[in-house]
Ligand binder design. Structure first.
Ligand SMILES: [Zn+2]
Length: 282
């Protein structure tokens, strides 16, 4: 019997208020003075992953890594991949190429100083790569990254980048090759949807998520899941935002843990770095 493709579990390690500036994220100058749930939420995630013996790729916000370096050390100690989510959660399409590279390099250096190991994987805040920034992939390789997981193949509020690729694929840039891990989508009523992270994972019922996950596996595609520490702390402080954004940000917060338990026991998981090594050799 053919083994199902291994799945990929990822965490964007950021605080409850890192919801994108358009959705009410407070200015960076206020972050130091706000309550924080990133430590407790992330530790709950690490403990859950241990229970199911799953290794994840943890995309740390540079700001979080700098403030809580012990979280990076703990994740590394437990065998997870340490990766970057940028420095200050700024939407990439709002930055110049130079600003983006500076942001990338500072987050990379902070993480590498903590773990004494090269950091090669990146995910942009809010999946904010769009066709409007054609330099995005070149800039990543120029800054020393080999893996990206920013492509969200269907339209969304703050990004969306069209591709027909359903599994990790290589992108040739002017600076070298980059392995892209697009967010998983599956067809539902004739349209592709993401069922596997953020508001989507909270909105859809567990049985639909698991059935879409099996569907991808039958087609030979790994499912890429993504989650945030705030989803393990359902009572975290709420930010002020319009009704629709509030719904998207906070719907079904209590359903995440049972969904994760079902997901984590449903598959074998592998980190982005491990997955890249396998497809490189094939
Ligand atoms: Zn984020």
């Amino acid at each position: 019997m053919r083994e199902n493709p291994k799945s990929i579990f990822t965490i964007d390690v950021e605080d409850y208020y890192n919801v994108t500036e358009e959705r009410g994220e407070p200015p960076i100058s206020e972050w130091d003075f706000l309550p924080s749930i990133v430590e407790s939420g992330f530790m709950k995630l690490l403990n859950l992953l241990d229970l199911y013996q799953v290794k994840a790729t943890c995309f740390f916000l540079g700001y979080v890594a700098q403030k809580y370096p012990h979280l990076v050390i703990e994740a590394k100690k437990r065998g997870h991949e340490i990766a970057s989510h940028g420095m200050f959660h700024r939407l990439v399409y709002k930055l110049s190429r130079e600003e983006f590279i500076a942001d990338l390099l500072s987050s990379k250096k902070i993480l590498e100083d903590i773990i004494s190991e090269e950091v090669i994987s990146f995910r942009s805040p809010s999946f904010s790569v769009t066709e409007s920034i054609p330099w995005f992939f070149d800039a990543l390789v120029e800054a020393g990254f080999k893996i990206d997981s920013s492509v969200f193949p269907v339209k969304r509020d703050y990004g969306g980048y069209q591709t027909t690729q359903k599994k990790p694929y290589w992108i040739k840039t002017d600076k070298g090759m980059l392995c892209e891990f697009p967010i998983s989508v599956a067809p539902f009523c004739g349209k592709d949807f993401c069922f596997f992270g953020g508001g989507y994972l909270r909105l859809f019922p567990k049985r639909i998520i698991l059935s879409m996950h099996s569907k991808l596996a039958r087609e030979g595609n790994p499912t890429l899941f993504y989650i945030h520490p705030r989803e393990m702390e359902p009572q975290h402080p709420r930010l002020k935002m319009n009704k629709l954004a509030y719904f998207k940000s906070y719907v079904n917060m209590n359903t995440v843990k049972p969904k994760l338990e079902a997901i984590l026991s449903s598959s074998k998981f592998i980190t982005c770095k491990e997955y890249m090594a396998i497809i490189k050799d094939n």
